[in-house]
Ligand binder design. Structure first.
Ligand SMILES: [Zn+2]
Length: 114
């Protein structure tokens, strides 16, 4: 998302099922992204970190991915999920993050999006 000055715009606070999350852009080599993630969700602080290098579709996909992590966490789906490791199944998160815009469009067309 760019404004007329080509400066990235990000909504810094978002309500996820009644819990406030803070969204911050940071450098890839920051301690949050460790040069290996485009985005992360810190469950202990309710902060989402996203790379300041992302833009356009890539930015939106990473943001959707992290927001879905937050929705699952606030729904009580985290450590007690049936999953070989601790936490969320990354394949499921990616599926939701990628398909959500298409699902939302169908829901909207059928007037079942609320
Ligand atoms: Zn993830």
């Amino acid at each position: 998302m760019k404004n007329s000055n080509n400066i990235s715009i990000i909504k810094m606070k978002i309500d996820i099922l009644g819990t406030e999350y803070t969204i911050k852009k940071c450098k890839l080599n920051s301690k949050h992204l460790e040069n290996k993630y485009d985005g992360t969700t810190d469950y202990s602080t309710r902060k989402i970190y996203v790379s300041d290098e992302l833009e356009g579709r890539e930015y939106r996909e990473v943001m959707r991915h992290e927001i879905i992590h937050a929705f699952l966490l606030e729904s009580g789906l985290y450590t007690e999920m049936s999953h070989p490791g601790i936490g969320h199944d990354e394949q499921m998160i990616d599926w939701m993050a990628i398909q959500y815009p298409k699902i939302r469009k169908v829901f909207h067309e059928l007037h079942i999006d609320y």
